[in-house]
Write a new protein. Sequence first.
Length: 231
Amino acid sequence: EGHDIADLMIAICQAHPNIRFRLSSIEPQEITETLLAAMKSCDNFMPHFHVPLQSGDDSILKRMHRGYDRETFRKVIQKCIKTFPEAAIGIDILTGFPGEGEKEFANSKNLLQEIDSTYFHVFPYSKRPGTPAASFKDQIPKAVSQQRVAELRELAESKKHKFYSRFLNTTRPVLVEHKRTADNMLSGFTDNYIPVVFPGDDSLMGQIIQVSLTQINDGVVQGKQVDNQSC
């Protein structure tokens, strides 16, 4: 009682200084200056945010009862990037919600184009019996929804490639996974959530090591270990 998520974040990070923490799927209203300052004070908090948007159109957001508008969301993401300039920003977006006409969809797509995000999780609206949205008269045809999903996923790929390219020829700390890829490479995630594959010995699994990001091949970031010392 009397504590909030910022206090919890600091307590967890301080109690487990050798563990990397990420804060996933946090509502935009919950990302405050206090929370960002708490995250910044924790060396083992990773610069990665995943924030649900759901729609970039104010009328659809109101219909969803989301409790924020597109401009509020934009400002929240700007605050995250100002505090963590190299952060990965993931976004949940839903398309095909009842009432999402061409104008509303364009508003969503335009906002996603404008925001400095890293990746999207794109979902088509699915009618669920018993929910208020299921009774709305202006349902979107499945074919239209699927086309919009394809458009947004194409945009998501370009955003991801742009973010990954930004960090080529840089060195990042990578937590090495405990299994190899199909082509026998080690794999892991950088602090800012870039998946990377690289050659190395099994002894590196579970370690945090420095990896130079060298190239992108078929959407996969490849790298090489900088030295033999774990972080």
